[in-house]
Design a protein around this ligand. Sequence first.
Ligand code: ATP
Ligand code: MG
Length: 288
Amino acid sequence: MEIQVQSLSKVVKKQQILSNVTLSFTGVYGLIGPNGAGKTTLMKILASLTDFNSGSVFIDKKLISTGKYIKQNEQIGYLPQDFMVYPELKMYDVLEHIAILQDKKPSISYHKQIIEVVEQVNLSEHLYKKMSELSGGMRRRVGIAQLLLRKPTILLFDEPTAGLDIEERIRFRNLLKQLGKQHTVIISSHIVEDIEFLCTKIGVIKNGQVLFEGEPGELKQKAADCTFEIKASLSELDEIISTKEVVQMDDELSHIIVRILSDKPIGKSVNPRLMDGYLALLKEDTYE
Ligand SMILES: Nc1ncnc2c1ncn2[C@@H]1O[C@H](COP(=O)(O)OP(=O)(O)OP(=O)(O)O)[C@@H](O)[C@H]1O
Ligand SMILES: [Mg+2]
């Protein structure tokens, strides 16, 4: 499935929040950009939760937007960041309740479907716990389970791994990878490492404008000639951090490997990672 957004613009109180955005979402798609770029706004538009001023949206070339809204669409499922409903109900009852609410042709039992989606998100052993007894990451997985009950083909996740501890983040990331095999998935995240792990295509927006769309490899190339590594001792570190653009540091036994972006060659030239390409792109945009 492909969602295509064409020349989409949104203005709120004279502020241009999205400006002529044209993007084509396929595969597992990573949407990145600085705070306030317009990522959440774009996702909410796709989920029919907010309107826009001009532009059009298509699914597989079929128009799904009217002038200002996307028509409510069963194919699209959106996961809000904090999924917390009915804290006093057991997970099973929450899912049954949602299944009944959204079913146009109510059937007698949803038991089989519930068991299936809960297995998919790896929560079978917690099925009869109250929502308030689950961790933030588990609740987020219940959020996915309730989306899957509706069998959407396109899934939207706004910062799905933000605020999760390391173990839960890795579990969540693996789940997203699984879901990407059967669904078109759009993920917004500030955690570039997660985007690198998951996404087959990337869009970068800043101040409501598209700066880049393409494959991860292409974005990495933006930092092709400006990514370097230098070995430093602990005492040299302060000086380096205050004078150079440090992207990452790795502790080795006797020294520290510092990864930097630089226009002039210093130290050893290395292959850029996604983070380097992304930062180089943002820098390029600032100087223009
Ligand atoms: N309902 C609204 N009314 C006024 N301004 C809004 C509204 N919604 C969003 N904005 C503004 O639109 C811009 C884009 O916000 P948005 O939340 O989409 O960015 P974002 O890319 O999701 O940022 P973050 O990375 O911080 O989540 C911001 O400048 C924000 O202040
Ligand atoms: Mg946001």
